[in-house]
Design a protein around this ligand. Structure first.
Ligand code: SAH
Ligand code: MG
Length: 207
């Protein structure tokens, strides 16, 4: 089936069923990032219906994605989409909670796009699976503009989630091992990379 048609169909499905796939400018940015940085193998936390995994894999014939999803219905939908688009050889889908998933493989890119309250835990668990010069990309860092804004009117649960997300941003900002750049794209994207030289190690950034 036609790739463009299938992608549009996924966007429509996500819209109708309220599946939080990446926004258009976010996915374009991510695909371009994969292309420009010659990224070949990717670990994604949070497949949903396979939209971002498929878009990244479409960047090149030699791009491979392993993606984890804990919701069975979404996983099944993703398996179907990946197969229809003919990418089942290069996209490996895993039905599991990311905290139960373990691998020794090292990746060029780890894309964190699952439960926002667990970002810090995902980062700490999977940074060992990053190649020395690899990148960790985190989506939804702004959380619909709610991060770092007035929280008095929010529900308790939402407030707790936003506070955790803000803590994660602070963790990235003050991190001695990783250097992070924040991009005002889509719902906010952070790109982290290991500090490799001594200068970098001494300076934490407050951007
Ligand atoms: N990356 C997708 C969107 C992912 S939405 C895209 O842009 O196309 C986030 C997904 O993460 C949800 O489907 C949710 O079920 C899943 N998720 C949340 N916490 C998870 C966990 N601990 N392990 C695995 N999947 C998780
Ligand atoms: Mg997202």
């Amino acid at each position: 089936m036609d790739t463009e048609y299938l992608i549009r169909k996924m966007e429509k499905y996500a819209d109708e069923k309220g599946v939080p796939i990446m926004e258009k400018d976010g996915i374009n940015f991510l695909s371009e990032f994969v292309r420009l940085n010659n990224i070949k193998n990717i670990l994604e936390i949070g497949t949903a219906i396979g939209y971002s995994a498929i878009n990244m894999a479409l960047v090149g014939e030699d791009v491979y994605v392993t993606s984890i999803e804990r919701d069975k219905d979404r996983y099944i939908e993703a398996v179907k989409n990946v197969k229809n688009i003919g990418l089942d050889r290069r996209i490996t889908l895993v039905l599991a909670d990311a905290f139960d998933f373990n691998t020794d493989e090292k990746f060029d890119l780890i894309f964190i796009d699952a439960a926002k309250s667990q970002y810090l835990k995902f980062f700490n668990k999977f940074s060992k699976n990053l190649k020395e010069k690899g990148y960790i990309v985190t989506d939804n860092i702004k959380f619909h503009g709610l991060a770092f804004s007035d929280k008095t009117k929010l529900s308790r649960n939402l407030k707790q989630l936003i506070v955790k997300l803000e803590k994660y941003v602070d963790f990235l900002r003050n991190n001695k091992e990783f250097k992070t750049r924040f991009f005002d794209i889509g719902d906010g994207v952070a790109i982290s990379r290991r500090r490799l030289n001594e200068n970098d190690k001494n300076a934490t950034e407050n951007k």
